[in-house]
Design a protein around this ligand. Structure first.
Ligand SMILES: *Cc1c(COP(=O)(O)O)cnc(C)c1O
Length: 379
């Protein structure tokens, strides 16, 4: 017999998470997650899921019936939107201004769709004029897909204008709101967004592993008209929906991550208690505080001021500074995590996240103090 390994219990340190996610989770949300587990078909749990749905409708600002949290991370939310909506041979205009736009393209192609990309330099928002030209050049396109808040670059795109363009050209819009939900203005119904997905671990400050999604009536109609079955059984929304809205008649589809949903319930309740507009304003105010401090340190932002995401601050690593050494000292000496650059920005930029519960004054003070120490030491 192979002997059992002797391994000590895992005790993670208490870090301050100012990266691109997961963000800091409040003690209140962590406590919710450690409450006793009950069955996922227990009437009390079914009632709690109904409340999660209502709270998600508030966070998304939508009355969409098909609003729920997929039991998997944000990437599964992305995949759910594409596999349910895009059928083989259908054309999708995909905006690329960072890592996640390119993942959308890969999703389209794996669904057998035809992706027409509208490319931008990293750090730029999506240009509505370029999108309008692509829509005009491809009258057979069925969808417009873009990332609202590009976490790889820190750029915010004008979702309202882009969704209006999609409508003008009879396209359904597919929007990545993984980093935007809860952090910046987002109004699903008012802006006419057809399919949207997010993640629990960014501005909602919940534990990772859940992907809020919402589909408009037009998106649901498109799914119902499919000629081919959705190739993913797990992500087929017509099956998942009967689980989320079956009420007392709810039937088994998969086992919901019961305790993670307790955490999401609590995180969304905290957001509702603060108020969505107040949460957006808090992210903005904290961003300005950080920006003032970084300006004083001479650290430069990548994104032009009007398009900066308050919750994800991408800054150039000052010349002569060792990226990996500084980030590892922040972690070792200050228990502070900031994000590395991704893709084109690897080794060139840092990403300082101020997401959800992390967007607090004391965290900004710690971050500025630590950076000031580190940058002066190395120079
Ligand atoms: C984090 C992120 C994702 C992926 O979410 P996971 O939970 O890591 O799967 C997708 N899009 C954007 C914009 C993100 O920031």
């Amino acid at each position: 017999m192979i002997p059992a390994p002797v391994i000590a219990a895992f005790h993670p340190p208490r870090r301050t998470l100012l990266g691109p996610g997961p963000s800091d989770v409040s003690p209140q949300v962590l406590a919710a997650q450690s409450k006793p587990i009950i069955g996922h078909l227990d009437p009390l749990f079914v009632g709690m899921m109904d409340e999660v749905k209502a709270l998600l409708q508030y966070a998304f600002q939508t009355r969409n019936e098909m609003t729920l949290a997929i039991s998997a991370p944000g990437s599964a939310g992305m995949e759910a939107c594409f596999v349910n909506l895009v059928e083989p041979g259908e054309k999708v205009i995909v905006c690329r201004n960072g890592v996640f736009g390119d993942r959308m393209r890969q999703n389209v192609e794996r669904c057998g769709g035809i992706a027409v990309t509208v490319d931008h330099a990293w750090g730029e928002p999506v240009d509505p004029a370029a999108v309008a030209a692509a829509l005009a050049a491809h009258p057979d396109a069925r969808f417009l897909a873009f990332v609202h808040a590009e976490t790889s670059t820190g750029a915010l795109s004008d979702a309202k204008a882009l969704c209006a363009l999609a409508k003008q050209h009879q396209c359904l819009s597919i929007v990545d709101a993984v980093t935007s939900l809860g952090g910046v203005e987002l109004r699903v119904d008012e802006w006419g967004i057809d399919a949207i997905y997010s993640g629990s671990q960014k501005c909602l400050s919940c534990v990772p592993g859940l992907a809020p999604v919402s589909f408009s009536a037009a998106a649901v109609a498109k799914i119902k008209q499919r000629k081919t079955p959705v190739q993913s059984w797990f992500l087929d929304q017509s099956l998942v929906m009967s689980y989320w809205s079956g009420g007392a008649k709810r039937a088994y589809h998969h086992t919901a991550p019961v305790n993670a949903l307790y955490a999401l319930h609590e995180a969304l309740r905290m957001l509702a208690n603060e108020g969505l507009e107040q949460a957006w304003a808090r992210h903005k105010a904290m961003h300005l505080l950080l920006r003032n401090g970084l300006d004083a340190l001479g650290v430069q932002f990548v994104v032009a001021e009007p398009y900066r995401l308050p919750q994800l601050n991408t800054v150039y690593i000052p010349p002569g500074i060792d990226d990996v050494a500084v980030r590892s000292r922040l972690l070792q000496q200050y228990n502070l995590e900031i994000g590395a650059g991704l893709g084109d920005f690897a080794g060139k930029a840092w990403r300082i996240g101020l997401m959800g519960y992390g967007a607090r004054q004391e965290n900004i003070a710690l971050c500025l103090h630590a950076l000031q120490q580190e940058l002066s030491v190395v120079i």
